[in-house]
Design a protein around this ligand. Structure first.
Ligand SMILES: Cc1cc2nc3c(=O)[nH]c(=O)nc-3n(C[C@H](O)[C@H](O)[C@H](O)COP(=O)(O)O)c2cc1C
Length: 369
Protein backbone atom coordinates (compact mmCIF):
# COMPACT_ATOMS: atom_id res chain seq x y z
CA UNK A 1 0.00 0.00 0.00
CA UNK A 2 1.00 3.61 -0.37
CA UNK A 3 3.31 3.55 -3.40
CA UNK A 4 0.95 5.01 -6.03
CA UNK A 5 -0.02 8.67 -6.54
CA UNK A 6 -2.53 10.06 -9.05
CA UNK A 7 -5.60 8.80 -10.89
CA UNK A 8 -4.80 9.33 -14.57
CA UNK A 9 -1.16 10.43 -14.61
CA UNK A 10 -0.46 7.56 -12.24
CA UNK A 11 2.93 7.21 -10.61
CA UNK A 12 4.05 4.07 -8.79
CA UNK A 13 7.47 4.23 -7.17
CA UNK A 14 9.57 1.26 -6.08
CA UNK A 15 12.86 0.44 -4.41
CA UNK A 16 14.83 0.84 -1.21
CA UNK A 17 18.27 2.22 -0.51
CA UNK A 18 19.79 -1.17 0.37
CA UNK A 19 18.40 -2.91 -2.74
CA UNK A 20 19.43 -3.24 -6.37
CA UNK A 21 17.68 -0.12 -7.60
CA UNK A 22 14.84 2.38 -7.32
CA UNK A 23 12.53 4.08 -9.75
CA UNK A 24 9.01 4.66 -10.97
CA UNK A 25 6.40 3.44 -13.42
CA UNK A 26 4.25 6.21 -14.89
CA UNK A 27 0.98 5.35 -16.63
CA UNK A 28 -1.18 7.32 -19.07
CA UNK A 29 1.38 9.76 -20.39
CA UNK A 30 -0.06 10.99 -23.70
CA UNK A 31 1.80 9.59 -26.71
CA UNK A 32 4.09 11.90 -28.65
CA UNK A 33 5.80 13.72 -25.78
CA UNK A 34 9.49 14.18 -26.61
CA UNK A 35 11.30 12.39 -23.80
CA UNK A 36 14.86 11.23 -23.23
CA UNK A 37 16.91 10.14 -20.25
CA UNK A 38 18.54 13.60 -20.19
CA UNK A 39 15.15 15.20 -19.34
CA UNK A 40 14.99 13.04 -16.21
CA UNK A 41 18.69 13.11 -15.38
CA UNK A 42 18.72 16.89 -15.10
CA UNK A 43 16.22 16.72 -12.22
CA UNK A 44 17.83 13.67 -10.57
CA UNK A 45 21.17 15.50 -10.54
CA UNK A 46 19.56 18.25 -8.46
CA UNK A 47 18.36 15.65 -5.92
CA UNK A 48 21.36 13.34 -5.76
CA UNK A 49 23.53 13.09 -2.66
CA UNK A 50 27.13 14.34 -2.51
CA UNK A 51 26.39 17.47 -4.55
CA UNK A 52 27.96 19.99 -2.23
CA UNK A 53 29.69 20.83 1.04
CA UNK A 54 26.31 20.97 2.81
CA UNK A 55 24.77 17.67 1.76
CA UNK A 56 25.57 14.09 2.72
CA UNK A 57 29.01 13.04 1.45
CA UNK A 58 27.45 9.77 0.21
CA UNK A 59 28.36 9.75 -3.51
CA UNK A 60 25.81 8.32 -5.90
CA UNK A 61 25.66 9.01 -9.61
CA UNK A 62 21.96 8.18 -9.76
CA UNK A 63 22.01 7.52 -13.53
CA UNK A 64 18.53 6.84 -14.86
CA UNK A 65 17.65 4.21 -17.47
CA UNK A 66 14.29 4.34 -19.25
CA UNK A 67 13.10 0.74 -19.62
CA UNK A 68 9.87 1.20 -21.55
CA UNK A 69 7.26 3.49 -23.05
CA UNK A 70 9.55 5.56 -25.30
CA UNK A 71 10.41 4.96 -28.96
CA UNK A 72 12.65 7.15 -31.09
CA UNK A 73 12.63 9.87 -28.44
CA UNK A 74 8.86 10.09 -27.94
CA UNK A 75 6.38 8.53 -25.54
CA UNK A 76 4.19 5.88 -27.14
CA UNK A 77 1.27 5.88 -24.70
CA UNK A 78 2.37 2.82 -22.74
CA UNK A 79 3.78 2.89 -19.18
CA UNK A 80 7.17 4.54 -18.83
CA UNK A 81 9.34 2.58 -16.39
CA UNK A 82 12.54 4.17 -15.10
CA UNK A 83 15.26 2.71 -12.88
CA UNK A 84 18.30 4.03 -11.02
CA UNK A 85 20.70 1.36 -9.73
CA UNK A 86 22.16 1.73 -6.23
CA UNK A 87 25.94 1.90 -6.15
CA UNK A 88 27.17 3.18 -2.85
CA UNK A 89 25.26 1.53 0.00
CA UNK A 90 27.72 1.19 2.89
CA UNK A 91 26.61 -1.26 5.52
CA UNK A 92 29.07 0.21 8.01
CA UNK A 93 27.15 3.50 8.01
CA UNK A 94 24.19 1.82 9.57
CA UNK A 95 25.91 -0.59 11.97
CA UNK A 96 25.81 1.99 14.80
CA UNK A 97 22.07 1.67 15.09
CA UNK A 98 21.26 -1.71 13.58
CA UNK A 99 19.19 -2.59 16.67
CA UNK A 100 18.58 0.89 18.13
CA UNK A 101 15.63 3.06 17.16
CA UNK A 102 16.89 6.44 15.97
CA UNK A 103 14.92 9.22 17.72
CA UNK A 104 12.39 10.82 15.34
CA UNK A 105 13.28 8.52 12.44
CA UNK A 106 11.09 5.72 11.06
CA UNK A 107 12.94 2.80 12.71
CA UNK A 108 10.49 2.15 15.55
CA UNK A 109 7.27 2.64 13.59
CA UNK A 110 8.45 0.49 10.65
CA UNK A 111 9.40 -2.26 13.10
CA UNK A 112 5.95 -2.12 14.73
CA UNK A 113 4.24 -2.13 11.34
CA UNK A 114 6.23 -4.83 9.51
CA UNK A 115 7.84 -6.89 12.29
CA UNK A 116 11.29 -6.36 10.79
CA UNK A 117 13.19 -3.36 9.60
CA UNK A 118 15.71 -2.65 6.91
CA UNK A 119 18.09 -0.68 9.09
CA UNK A 120 20.46 -0.26 6.13
CA UNK A 121 19.30 3.10 4.87
CA UNK A 122 15.81 3.04 6.33
CA UNK A 123 14.07 1.05 3.56
CA UNK A 124 11.11 2.86 2.02
CA UNK A 125 11.38 5.61 4.63
CA UNK A 126 14.72 6.62 3.17
CA UNK A 127 14.88 9.77 1.08
CA UNK A 128 16.20 7.54 -1.73
CA UNK A 129 12.58 6.54 -2.26
CA UNK A 130 12.08 10.04 -3.69
CA UNK A 131 14.20 9.12 -6.74
CA UNK A 132 11.06 7.71 -8.36
CA UNK A 133 9.14 10.88 -7.46
CA UNK A 134 11.74 13.15 -9.04
CA UNK A 135 11.98 10.95 -12.17
CA UNK A 136 8.19 10.94 -12.62
CA UNK A 137 8.04 14.63 -11.76
CA UNK A 138 10.46 15.40 -14.62
CA UNK A 139 7.96 13.87 -17.07
CA UNK A 140 5.01 15.65 -15.43
CA UNK A 141 6.85 18.96 -15.60
CA UNK A 142 7.61 18.50 -19.30
CA UNK A 143 4.02 17.52 -20.04
CA UNK A 144 2.59 20.54 -18.21
CA UNK A 145 4.99 22.86 -19.94
CA UNK A 146 4.15 21.51 -23.35
CA UNK A 147 0.37 21.30 -22.91
CA UNK A 148 -0.23 24.52 -20.98
CA UNK A 149 3.03 26.48 -20.56
CA UNK A 150 3.03 25.73 -16.81
CA UNK A 151 6.25 26.65 -14.97
CA UNK A 152 7.22 25.32 -11.54
CA UNK A 153 10.00 26.63 -9.29
CA UNK A 154 10.83 26.18 -5.62
CA UNK A 155 13.53 27.63 -3.37
CA UNK A 156 14.78 27.38 0.19
CA UNK A 157 12.97 30.16 2.05
CA UNK A 158 14.44 29.57 5.50
CA UNK A 159 17.10 27.54 7.27
CA UNK A 160 16.61 27.33 11.03
CA UNK A 161 16.21 30.99 12.11
CA UNK A 162 17.54 32.58 8.91
CA UNK A 163 14.45 33.65 6.95
CA UNK A 164 14.67 34.80 3.34
CA UNK A 165 12.43 37.60 2.03
CA UNK A 166 9.54 36.63 -0.24
CA UNK A 167 11.09 35.94 -3.65
CA UNK A 168 7.88 34.69 -5.32
CA UNK A 169 7.44 37.95 -7.26
CA UNK A 170 10.68 37.21 -9.15
CA UNK A 171 8.73 34.68 -11.20
CA UNK A 172 9.50 31.01 -11.85
CA UNK A 173 12.33 31.44 -14.39
CA UNK A 174 14.32 33.90 -12.28
CA UNK A 175 13.78 31.87 -9.09
CA UNK A 176 15.12 28.78 -10.79
CA UNK A 177 18.11 30.59 -12.23
CA UNK A 178 19.07 32.37 -9.03
CA UNK A 179 18.37 29.48 -6.67
CA UNK A 180 20.33 27.01 -8.82
CA UNK A 181 23.40 29.24 -8.74
CA UNK A 182 24.24 28.27 -5.14
CA UNK A 183 24.30 25.05 -3.15
CA UNK A 184 21.58 26.09 -0.65
CA UNK A 185 19.09 26.85 -3.45
CA UNK A 186 18.04 30.24 -2.11
CA UNK A 187 17.76 33.06 -4.70
CA UNK A 188 20.41 35.20 -2.97
CA UNK A 189 24.17 34.62 -2.92
CA UNK A 190 24.49 36.46 0.40
CA UNK A 191 21.83 34.42 2.15
CA UNK A 192 23.25 31.25 0.64
CA UNK A 193 26.55 31.97 2.40
CA UNK A 194 25.00 32.57 5.83
CA UNK A 195 22.66 29.60 5.50
CA UNK A 196 25.50 27.32 4.37
CA UNK A 197 27.62 28.48 7.31
CA UNK A 198 24.88 27.68 9.81
CA UNK A 199 24.37 24.24 8.23
CA UNK A 200 28.11 23.54 8.43
CA UNK A 201 28.22 24.73 12.05
CA UNK A 202 25.35 22.43 12.91
CA UNK A 203 27.09 19.50 11.24
CA UNK A 204 30.32 20.25 13.05
CA UNK A 205 28.58 20.18 16.39
CA UNK A 206 26.95 16.86 15.48
CA UNK A 207 23.55 18.44 15.01
CA UNK A 208 21.17 19.24 12.14
CA UNK A 209 18.81 22.00 10.95
CA UNK A 210 15.36 22.29 9.37
CA UNK A 211 13.66 25.06 7.45
CA UNK A 212 11.10 25.85 4.78
CA UNK A 213 10.76 25.67 1.00
CA UNK A 214 8.53 28.02 -1.02
CA UNK A 215 6.90 26.91 -4.25
CA UNK A 216 5.55 28.88 -7.20
CA UNK A 217 3.49 27.49 -10.08
CA UNK A 218 2.77 29.83 -13.00
CA UNK A 219 0.30 29.60 -15.88
CA UNK A 220 -1.94 26.85 -14.49
CA UNK A 221 -5.30 27.61 -16.11
CA UNK A 222 -8.39 28.37 -13.98
CA UNK A 223 -10.80 25.48 -13.40
CA UNK A 224 -8.44 22.64 -12.36
CA UNK A 225 -9.49 20.57 -9.32
CA UNK A 226 -12.55 18.71 -8.12
CA UNK A 227 -14.81 19.13 -5.10
CA UNK A 228 -14.51 17.67 -1.61
CA UNK A 229 -11.74 15.03 -1.41
CA UNK A 230 -10.01 15.99 -4.67
CA UNK A 231 -9.72 19.67 -3.89
CA UNK A 232 -6.53 20.80 -5.57
CA UNK A 233 -5.14 22.17 -2.30
CA UNK A 234 -5.91 18.88 -0.52
CA UNK A 235 -4.13 16.85 -3.22
CA UNK A 236 -1.10 19.15 -3.15
CA UNK A 237 -0.98 19.00 0.64
CA UNK A 238 -1.09 15.20 0.59
CA UNK A 239 1.73 15.03 -1.95
CA UNK A 240 3.92 17.47 -0.02
CA UNK A 241 3.35 15.68 3.27
CA UNK A 242 4.44 12.47 1.52
CA UNK A 243 7.99 13.86 1.30
CA UNK A 244 10.07 12.48 4.18
CA UNK A 245 10.74 15.01 6.99
CA UNK A 246 7.89 17.41 6.12
CA UNK A 247 6.08 18.78 9.13
CA UNK A 248 3.84 21.55 7.85
CA UNK A 249 2.27 23.13 4.82
CA UNK A 250 0.79 26.49 3.92
CA UNK A 251 -1.14 27.48 0.80
CA UNK A 252 -1.28 31.18 -0.08
CA UNK A 253 -1.41 33.28 3.09
CA UNK A 254 -1.24 30.11 5.22
CA UNK A 255 -1.03 30.56 8.98
CA UNK A 256 -0.42 34.32 8.66
CA UNK A 257 -3.84 34.64 7.00
CA UNK A 258 -5.48 33.41 10.18
CA UNK A 259 -4.35 36.61 11.90
CA UNK A 260 -6.02 38.91 9.31
CA UNK A 261 -9.61 40.12 8.92
CA UNK A 262 -11.75 39.10 5.97
CA UNK A 263 -11.59 42.59 4.51
CA UNK A 264 -7.82 42.61 4.59
CA UNK A 265 -7.49 39.01 3.48
CA UNK A 266 -9.93 38.85 0.57
CA UNK A 267 -8.44 38.83 -2.94
CA UNK A 268 -10.44 41.48 -4.83
CA UNK A 269 -11.35 40.61 -8.40
CA UNK A 270 -10.70 42.93 -11.32
CA UNK A 271 -10.64 42.70 -15.12
CA UNK A 272 -7.39 42.66 -17.09
CA UNK A 273 -7.51 42.35 -20.87
CA UNK A 274 -10.87 40.59 -20.71
CA UNK A 275 -9.62 38.13 -18.07
CA UNK A 276 -10.79 37.88 -14.43
CA UNK A 277 -7.86 38.32 -12.10
CA UNK A 278 -7.27 39.04 -8.41
CA UNK A 279 -5.27 42.02 -7.12
CA UNK A 280 -3.69 40.03 -4.32
CA UNK A 281 -3.11 36.27 -4.14
CA UNK A 282 -3.70 35.27 -0.53
CA UNK A 283 -5.72 32.33 -1.85
CA UNK A 284 -2.49 30.96 -3.34
CA UNK A 285 -4.20 30.42 -6.69
CA UNK A 286 -6.85 28.03 -5.35
CA UNK A 287 -10.41 28.84 -4.29
CA UNK A 288 -12.95 26.17 -3.36
CA UNK A 289 -10.32 23.57 -4.23
CA UNK A 290 -10.22 24.76 -7.85
CA UNK A 291 -7.46 26.81 -9.52
CA UNK A 292 -8.43 30.43 -10.24
CA UNK A 293 -5.70 31.13 -12.79
CA UNK A 294 -3.43 33.04 -10.40
CA UNK A 295 -0.04 31.53 -9.47
CA UNK A 296 -0.15 28.64 -7.00
CA UNK A 297 1.94 29.49 -3.94
CA UNK A 298 2.87 27.14 -1.11
CA UNK A 299 5.34 26.84 1.73
CA UNK A 300 6.46 23.54 3.17
CA UNK A 301 8.19 23.06 6.53
CA UNK A 302 10.91 20.44 7.00
CA UNK A 303 12.15 19.27 10.37
CA UNK A 304 15.85 19.05 11.23
CA UNK A 305 17.38 15.75 10.02
CA UNK A 306 16.71 13.02 12.56
CA UNK A 307 20.06 11.21 12.26
CA UNK A 308 22.70 13.20 14.14
CA UNK A 309 26.07 12.36 15.63
CA UNK A 310 25.45 14.07 18.98
CA UNK A 311 24.75 11.51 21.65
CA UNK A 312 21.06 10.95 22.37
CA UNK A 313 19.06 8.59 24.52
CA UNK A 314 17.01 5.89 22.86
CA UNK A 315 15.76 2.32 23.19
CA UNK A 316 16.88 -0.82 21.35
CA UNK A 317 14.84 -3.68 19.91
CA UNK A 318 15.13 -5.59 23.22
CA UNK A 319 13.52 -2.68 25.03
CA UNK A 320 16.73 -1.59 26.77
CA UNK A 321 17.41 2.11 27.23
CA UNK A 322 20.69 2.94 25.45
CA UNK A 323 22.76 5.86 24.20
CA UNK A 324 23.12 6.48 20.48
CA UNK A 325 25.40 8.63 18.40
CA UNK A 326 25.39 8.02 14.64
CA UNK A 327 28.54 8.45 12.58
CA UNK A 328 27.19 7.63 9.07
CA UNK A 329 26.90 9.93 6.06
CA UNK A 330 23.79 12.01 6.59
CA UNK A 331 22.40 15.32 5.40
CA UNK A 332 22.88 17.98 8.09
CA UNK A 333 19.92 19.79 6.49
CA UNK A 334 17.61 18.17 3.93
CA UNK A 335 16.33 21.46 2.45
CA UNK A 336 18.64 22.00 -0.56
CA UNK A 337 18.05 18.47 -1.87
CA UNK A 338 14.32 18.66 -1.12
CA UNK A 339 13.75 21.58 -3.56
CA UNK A 340 13.53 19.35 -6.69
CA UNK A 341 11.36 16.88 -4.73
CA UNK A 342 8.84 19.61 -3.85
CA UNK A 343 8.74 20.69 -7.50
CA UNK A 344 8.31 17.09 -8.63
CA UNK A 345 5.42 16.42 -6.24
CA UNK A 346 3.64 19.56 -7.44
CA UNK A 347 4.22 18.58 -11.08
CA UNK A 348 2.80 15.07 -10.58
CA UNK A 349 -0.38 16.33 -8.87
CA UNK A 350 -0.90 19.11 -11.40
CA UNK A 351 -0.22 16.92 -14.44
CA UNK A 352 -2.75 14.42 -13.10
CA UNK A 353 -5.38 17.07 -12.44
CA UNK A 354 -4.69 18.82 -15.74
CA UNK A 355 -5.16 15.60 -17.72
CA UNK A 356 -8.33 14.81 -15.75
CA UNK A 357 -9.68 18.27 -16.54
CA UNK A 358 -8.98 17.75 -20.25
CA UNK A 359 -10.07 14.18 -20.75
CA UNK A 360 -11.87 12.43 -17.96
CA UNK A 361 -14.33 14.89 -16.46
CA UNK A 362 -17.69 14.67 -18.17
CA UNK A 363 -19.61 16.62 -15.57
CA UNK A 364 -20.78 19.53 -17.66
CA UNK A 365 -22.32 19.98 -21.09
CA UNK A 366 -19.93 22.45 -22.68
CA UNK A 367 -22.44 24.78 -24.36
CA UNK A 368 -24.68 25.01 -21.30
CA UNK A 369 -25.77 28.66 -20.76
C1 LIG B 1 16.30 15.02 0.49
C2 LIG B 1 16.16 14.37 1.82
C3 LIG B 1 17.28 13.84 2.44
C4 LIG B 1 17.19 13.24 3.69
N1 LIG B 1 18.33 12.77 4.28
C5 LIG B 1 18.26 12.25 5.52
C6 LIG B 1 19.44 11.80 6.20
O1 LIG B 1 20.55 11.88 5.67
N2 LIG B 1 19.30 11.29 7.45
C7 LIG B 1 18.08 11.21 8.08
O2 LIG B 1 18.00 10.76 9.20
N3 LIG B 1 16.96 11.63 7.46
C8 LIG B 1 17.02 12.14 6.21
N4 LIG B 1 15.85 12.54 5.59
C9 LIG B 1 14.57 12.46 6.31
C10 LIG B 1 14.11 11.04 6.59
O3 LIG B 1 13.93 10.31 5.39
C11 LIG B 1 12.79 11.10 7.38
O4 LIG B 1 12.93 11.91 8.49
C12 LIG B 1 12.34 9.72 7.83
O5 LIG B 1 11.90 8.97 6.73
C13 LIG B 1 11.20 9.75 8.86
O6 LIG B 1 10.06 10.34 8.31
P1 LIG B 1 9.38 11.64 8.94
O7 LIG B 1 10.52 12.56 9.30
O8 LIG B 1 8.53 12.21 7.84
O9 LIG B 1 8.61 11.20 10.15
C14 LIG B 1 15.92 13.14 4.34
C15 LIG B 1 14.79 13.68 3.71
C16 LIG B 1 14.89 14.29 2.46
C17 LIG B 1 13.67 14.87 1.82
Amino acid sequence: MGSTLGRLFRVTTFGESHGVGLGAVVENIPAGLALGEEDIQIELDRRKPGQSRISTPRKEDDRVTILSGVFEGRTIGSPVAMVVYNENAREKDYSDFSDVYRPSHADYTYHVRYGHRTYRGGGRASARSTIGVVAAGAIARKLLRELAGVKIAAYVSSVHKIIAPDYLSLGADAIREKAESNDVRVPSAELAESMARSIQDARQSGDSLGGTISLLVENLPAGIGDPVFDRLDALLAQAMMAIPATKGIEIGSGFAGSEMTGFDHNDEFYMEDGKIRTRTNRSGGIQGGISNGEPITMRIAFKPTATISREQKSVNEKGEEVKLSVRGRHDPCVLPRAVPIVEAMAAIVLADQYLISQTARIDRIKDQP
